[in-house]
Design a protein around this ligand. Structure first.
Ligand code: AMP
Length: 284
């Protein structure tokens, strides 16, 4: 496994590497969610590359960029154990040198939910992912459904800009109690951690209503919101949204043949957790 810190060296190594090349972009502090992506990338490709970069441009001014969990040495051990060939771990100045001034501005797909709650977030995500795609020129890139809107933003950018990468989405990995794995779970106090499964439970309440035939988005949202509000440690709900699973357009009514996503962002104390469930019929 080689650890690379400059864009030029990463590009040179990727150009020579056996193809297909699979890329797994991460911000480090790796957990089983990330490792499910590297495992699939390892299986699918001759070369597996991962990036570790806490991307400053996707954090708002009052967000947790400086305190975001960092565990570089441990991450390298985990990636080595996964059979990673190349680890790209640049410093912010390497990715955003003085004078950097070109951005990718996603459109409607990035307007609601995380885009509304975190202005500029997806501009930062899209720009760094475009840079990672350009630096490594991957055949495939792997993302988790956990960040459902992020996947939609990246798929749209990849299509709109003809980047030509096969974008692979992997299922959300959860703790046994349902809490989606996230590097930010480390911020939870013991009490908050015990209450945190409410986020998935709320989505499941909506999902089970949908399974029993409910197709009205407001009623699905209300079911999820009610579950969240039953938990005293939930200090705020940024949104509960039902959207088209590909475009992220808000839906009023769920239709056959149009996969939907119900997504939420809720705060437990000061910790902001996001999660989502895709509502798509596999049969009937
Ligand atoms: P991050 O380091 O948070 O930027 O995440 C890197 C990648 O791992 C993104 O594509 C995430 O969607 C994915 N990921 C994070 N948590 C999970 C999870 N619990 N299950 C599946 N994928 C995840």
């Amino acid at each position: 496994m080689q650890v690379i810190t400059t864009c030029a060296e990463m590009t040179a190594l990727c150009r020579e590497a056996p193809r297909p090349l699979g890329l797994v972009p991460t911000m480090g502090a790796l957990h089983e969610g990330h490792l499910s992506l590297t495992r699939q990338a390892r299986t699918d490709n001759s070369t597996m590359a991962a990036s570790i970069f806490v991307n400053p441009s996707q954090f708002g001014p009052n967000e947790d960029f400086t305190t975001y969990p960092r565990a570089f040495e441990r991450d390298l051990e985990l990636l080595a154990a996964q059979g990673t060939d190349l680890v790209f771990a640049p410093l912010p100045d390497e990715v955003y040198p003085d004078g950097f001034d070109t951005w990718i501005e996603p459109g409607a797909v990035a307007e609601g939910m995380e885009g509304a709650a975190r202005p500029g977030h997806f501009r930062g995500v899209a720009t760094v992912v475009a840079k990672l795609f350009t630096i490594t020129r991957p055949d495939r890139a792997y993302f988790g459904q956990k960040d459902g809107q992020q996947v939609a933003v990246i798929r749209k950018m990849n299509a709109d800009l003809n980047l030509g990468v096969a974008v692979v989405t992997m299922p959300t990995i959860r703790e046994p109690d349902g809490l989606a794995l996230s590097s930010r779970n480390a911020y939870l106090t013991a009490e908050e951690r015990a209450a945190a499964p409410v986020v998935y439970r709320a989505l499941q309440a909506a999902e089970s209503l949908w399974r029993s035939g409910e197709r009205n988005a407001n009623r699905l949202q209300a079911a999820a919101l009610a579950e969240l509000q039953r938990e005293p440690l939930v200090s705020a709900v940024d949104y509960v949204s039902v959207v088209d699973a590909a475009t992220m357009a808000p839906l009023n009514v769920l239709e056959v043949g149009r996969p939907a996503m119900i997504a939420t962002a809720a705060r437990l104390g000061s910790v902001r957790l996001i999660d989502n469930v895709v509502l798509a019929r596999v049969n009937t």
